[in-house]
Design a protein around this ligand. Sequence first.
Ligand SMILES: [Zn+2]
Ligand SMILES: [Zn+2]
Length: 284
Amino acid sequence: MGQSTPESVAHPHFEWKHVDWVPFTAIAILHAACLLAPFFFTWGALAVGVTLWWLAGGIGICLCYHRLLTHRSFKTPKWFEYFLTAMGCLNLQGGPIKWVGTHRIHHKESDTDLDPHSPKHGFDWAHMLWCVINDPQGRNLRDYAPDLQRDPVMVWLDKYFWVPQVALGFALYAMGGWPWVIWGVAVRTVFTYHATWFVNSASHTWGYRNFDTRELSRNLWWVSVLAFGEGWHNNHHAYPRSAAHGLRRLEIDPTYMTIKLLSWVGLARDIHVPEEARKQARAA
Ligand SMILES: [Zn+2]
Ligand SMILES: [Zn+2]
């Protein structure tokens, strides 16, 4: 690869002059809007928020952005892949190409200075500061997802990733007024942010290891609860292409269960789960 600039060798860290103001402002406004949540609480609004946490976060991010688009751990019809990707866009975690590129670098450079989000550079950095900063190494993160760049639908979704969320906001307002918007967009999106970010921060800090991998990844049950099985992160680093992240009996993995469910109705096939992954995890 190309030579690093002197700055790129430095320890990645937060600096105001490197802030990317679009995500910074969006994330700040969404957090501020959560302060209004108690005043707009209704049971219906809570139900909308929880349902969307599962559909947009669980299926859009964990199942689609991560296990399908980044790691290709199973196959699905193209039209359904686009539909799932649009659900991933509902989390304002950036478009699919940037997200996938970032995550592939994380696997390639885990817990080195080139990792976009390692807790070695601070828990707060790994949790959320990294994503409001322009890449400290000056990389174009999309370069790491050339397969998606060749797909014009993915390119459109990557550019206009905020459109599904805005459309959802208007739809929720029409159906349930401000309580549905506050809980279905602000609270739900912020909750999903932190659930996703805990995979990067907490699951590289606390928990147990089934595999002696070269990075700091760990298996952490409460992150799996928040992120639909993504907390079995040491298993995932050991076998990145495995559609199943939970490999032992008590490592419950709702995202893998959903993939199995999709296969029963013909929407998922060629599900990749290496035989030796489960065997080795159980022997660990
Ligand atoms: Zn990781
Ligand atoms: Zn991964």
